[in-house]
Design a protein around this ligand. Sequence first.
Ligand SMILES: [Zn+2]
Length: 309
Amino acid sequence: MGSFRIGIDAGGTKVAYGLFDQKNNLVGRRQHPTPADADGPQFSDLIIENCLALLQEQNLKIDDLRGIGVCMPSFILFDEGYICMTSAMENIRDFAMREYLTQRLPVPIVLDNDSNCAALAEYRFGAGRGSRHMVYMSVSTGIGSGLIINGELFRGSYGWAGETGHMLITPDEGLECGCRNRGCFMSWAGGRYIPDRVLRKAKDFETKMNLAERTDGIAILQACRDGDPLARAVLDEMAHYLGVCLFNIYQILNINLFVFGGGLTHFGPLLFDRVRAEFDRYNHIPQPVEFRFAELKQDFGIIGAAELV
Ligand SMILES: [Zn+2]
């Protein structure tokens, strides 16, 4: 068995590949847009093709690999390497992906949820270094988390421990989420649902935003900075539900370190100071609870995926 590893980060917009040597140096990379309509075999064929090309570029063979890690925003039966569903590519459902990949790439292959991989990367190389327990929160188009307990990723019975975004907070009320329920945290605080939430609140607040043109996270961020009442109300609502979500996680796990990653961290203190205030409003026991931003930049996905091996 070789000593090189490949980490693959299959996200909603792009699929990134990183080849790491035995000293953990990134020695090769590839990238292509996410094939949104691909089914399991089509997507797997693309992965196989790119892995082989990545090896060839470095004059390596499959035997030089110690393994391949793949992270996706998915419900995955971890032990089986079986994809139940993935929100990045809706046509990949109920697919024995590891079995398929292993036929052409006969090395150890590990498939895991993207938040778990990000948690692993931040825990080993980023904001969680040296801590015993850590909750990684991805606050992005969706909301998800990865749980580190006693230095190890906790996956639960099947593999989707930490799907905190789909915990229900207003069951059957609010927007319908991709999880097919109404009222999960993601539907209240995920970036994907910002335009719908803006429109729902528009009748109650004044705004200078052009609602016909742009109501996504970037528009909201700008409008908040300009003091727009509607944008502020949407942001307050997100902060409220995020704060409640964190408080609930804190109550069940009593982990005192939260690390935030994902696109909405660009909101910075504007959002996260409000989240903190909401958390503190419910927390009546004055033991320290730390909020930190993730430290690793755009490569955390491929790093975390390679760490699975
Ligand atoms: Zn949901």
